[in-house]
Design a protein around this ligand. Structure first.
Ligand SMILES: Nc1ncnc2c1ncn2[C@@H]1O[C@H](COP(=O)(O)OP(=O)(O)OP(=O)(O)O)[C@@H](O)[C@H]1O
Length: 502
């Protein structure tokens, strides 16, 4: 006689107890055991078939064809199916990647890398739950999508767990799987996506991305995300503050944005006003892009900002009279972008009367400009309140390398440092890397702006000048003497010759 699969006589005197108080004969135990496992296997198969429907559905169709006709017809259908797949991959690579490559790679990565350690990883980081009757529950992975640089595991949370609970364990999970970063994004109620970054694509220079002929103002391609995807900046209805220590790459954030906007500038649906208190060191090479521009004279800088306020008020009155509630950029009413480099100079270091005038103009632009198509984009080194008292009026902020960890929350908001925006740890050797907020992401996302050389900037400005600047001659003719270059090899040879002479 068996009790829980153990002979009754073997249990005697062992002191073992069992919750099962009844005795099951062997002829019942064996069919029960087989039935339970058959049921489990079938339900797993159905679950797999539903999860990987992209594979199971064609396989089912092929099997039906085979059964109804014959093997040759099924083989022909399979060949056609593969050919269609090839055409799809060649003609629409992006959608093929999303629909086929990423799921297939995801399945492969799950079975070869994540599955084996999933339970210990969840257990070790404290994400499992044990019920009073000692049943262990583990957050289930519902699907995996993988690109060459990131594996995205979609998780169903256990009852009572929050995305913040998983985010707090991201560092532990990163070490389990040897990823260089791990972050968590909320997908919806009870669902999160855990991203394991296996490679860092941001270590390489990002070449300028080609602007669209008709730029989408809410999705300007300006940088590369660490997931290997293009990061798109929304400028419509936003004021953008770019903060970074000296040499952090604020210039590349500014020029990448201008490059993405350039065709719209030339078409007249975006109008740029440039303010460069550094005497033109940053913005002047792209002078032709700016309909209005001021660099050296402080009075000119202030006049440009005050004129922007006057124009904005004018537009506000006109749109109100016309009954327009939602602003749409056009050639008559373009999106006006006021670009200010080194804003701190105007808000903190300039003479007092200038500071007051700049603050007055900027606060009006920042608080009222959004709705009528006026956006301010400003770059700044030091985000402290005494340098920029109205920092909070900027509705979108980008944090490049920062000199202190205390600056991170000032730029990206409370808790950003805790959630992984380690701007103070970005190496100085990797300028252009920044953290930004992305809709839906629990943590700030790491990106790298494209880098435009001086030549790229001059090319861009002469290719897409503002309609008000078409006769602008950008820079003096550069076809002069090449700059003096000293080759290390020549210096060594020179030393050798000197030594020989001696
Ligand atoms: N996205 C980038 N990719 C690669 N290199 C970059 C990038 N951005 C900037 N750099 C390099 O870093 C240097 C400093 O960049 P940049 O002048 O834009 O910094 P900054 O933040 O504007 O500094 P400052 O406030 O001192 O003017 C540049 O000369 C360039 O060589």
């Amino acid at each position: 006689m068996l009790v829980n699969g153990t002979r009754v006589e073997d249990l005697a005197g062992t002191g073992l107890t069992t919750k099962q108080r009844y005795v099951v004969p062997l002829w019942v135990t064996i069919p029960l055991f087989l039935g339970r496992h058959l049921l489990k296997g079938t339900s797993a198969l159905v679950k797999w078939a539903i999860t990987y429907w992209g594979l199971s559905l064609p396989t089912l169709v092929l099997l039906i064809i085979w059964q109804r006709f014959n093997g040759l017809v099924a083989l022909t259908a399979l060949t056609w199916w593969l050919l269609l797949g090839l055409v799809w991959a060649y003609r629409w690579p992006a959608s093929f990647d999303v629909a086929v490559t990423q799921p297939c790679r995801g399945v492969w990565r799950w079975w070869t890398k994540y599955r084996r350690l999933w339970h210990p990883a969840m257990d070790g980081t404290g994400l499992t739950r044990m019920t009073p009757d000692r049943q262990v529950y583990v957050p289930a992975v519902t699907r995996v999508r993988s690109t060459r640089v990131v594996d995205a595991l979609h998780l169903r949370l256990l009852h009572g767990q929050t995305p913040a609970d998983v985010a707090a364990r991201a560092e532990g999970l990163r070490h389990v799987y040897g990823a260089h970063r791990c972050s968590v994004i909320e997908d919806g109620p009870g669902r999160v996506r855990v991203l394991f970054y296996s490679k860092d694509p941001l270590r390489r220079l990002v070449v300028p991305l080609d602007p669209a002929p008709l730029p989408a103002l809410d999705a300007l391609p300006v940088a590369l995300g660490e997931d290997g995807e293009v990061f798109r900046l929304c400028l419509r209805g936003r004021h953008v503050l770019i903060v970074g220590a000296s040499g952090a790459g604020k210039g590349s954030a500014v020029w990448s944005t201008l490059k993405a906007l350039a065709p719209a500038v030339a078409a007249g649906t975006v109008r740029l006003r440039g303010v460069d208190p550094k005497g033109g060191m940053e913005l002047f090479p792209g002078r032709a892009l700016f309909a209005e521009y001021a660099d050296e004279d402080l009075a000119d800088l202030v006049a440009l900002l005050e004129q922007a306020v006057a124009d904005m008020n004018d537009r506000k009155r006109r749109l109100k009279a016309a009954g327009v509630r939602v602003f749409t950029p056009s050639t008559t009413d373009p999106l006006e972008v006021i670009l200010i480099d080194e804003l701190a100079f105007l808000t903190a270091y300039a003479p007092k009367d200038i500071k007051l005038k700049v603050a007055a103009a900027l606060q009006v632009l920042l608080s009222q400009g959004r709705a009528v198509g006026y956006s301010v984009v400003a770059a700044l080194q030091d985000p402290r309140k005494d340098v920029l008292p109205f920092r909070d009026l900027f509705t979108y902020r980008i944090a490049l390398r920062l000199s202190e960890d205390s600056h991170v929350d000032m730029v990206l908001g409370d808790g950003a440092l805790e959630r992984g925006a380690a701007c103070h740890l970005i190496p100085a050797s990797l300028p252009g890397i920044a953290y930004v907020h992305v809709e839906g992401a629990h943590e700030p996302v790491r990106i790298r702006f494209s880098y435009l050389s001086d030549d790229d900037i001059v090319d861009m400005a002469s290719h897409w000048p503002s309609p008000e600047n078409t006769d602008w001659t950008p820079l003096p003719d550069t076809d002069t003497e090449p700059p003096l270059r000293i080759e290390l090899r020549d210096v060594i040879n020179q030393h050798k010759d000197d030594g020989d002479d001696a």
